[in-house]
Design a protein around this ligand. Structure first.
Ligand code: FES
Ligand code: FES
Length: 157
């Protein structure tokens, strides 16, 4: 199948590439753009490790083809902050020990970013429901919820 030209804006930078129609968005971000912070676990929409923001909503990058994102604005975990300049959510994950192996963390952060944008005063139940599509095999979730709760409390001040 012949390649198609797409244009996407990722973390504020415009990228133009010719991609195979079968190329998954997750593989485009990781392989073509080198943004390996977006992790790939299950590749069928279950684990949430590949979660990104697409035009302002969280989305599974393993459930879309790159061509479907043509014209879209994408945010990946690399766009949140950097070492030494973490954003409040990343800083809170750090302070609350909300990760162990870190495999789920980019997806957790992007899901929480969407949650806090839509529910800035989220209750614990809303936080748990918001995270229910993201799997973590290490933490038992309590520290992740605590990290997000701390950001909510800060936002409420
Ligand atoms: S890799 Fe996309 S949901 Fe698991
Ligand atoms: S920290 Fe290891 S899977 Fe979540």
């Amino acid at each position: 199948m012949s390649a198609r030209d797409i244009t996407v804006t990722v973390n504020g930078i415009v990228h133009r590439h010719a991609v195979e129609p079968r190329l998954l968005l997750a593989d485009f971000l990781r392989g073509t753009l080198g943004l390996t912070g977006t992790h790939v676990g299950c590749e069928h929409g279950v684990c949430g490790a590949c979660t990104i923001m697409l035009d302002g909503d969280s989305m599974r990058a393993c459930l879309m083809f790159a061509v479907q994102a043509d014209g879209a604005g994408i945010e990946t975990v690399e766009g949140l902050g950097k070492i030494g300049h973490l954003n409040p959510l990343q800083q809170s994950f750090h302070e609350h020990h909300a990760l162990q192996c870190g495999f789920c963390t980019p997806g957790m952060l992007m899901t929480a970013t969407d949650l806090l944008k839509k529910y800035p005063l989220a209750t614990d139940d809303e936080i748990r429901e918001g995270l229910s599509g993201n799997l973590c095999r290490c933490t038992g979730y309590e520290h992740i919820v605590a990290a997000i709760r701390a950001v909510v409390k800060e936002q409420a001040r």
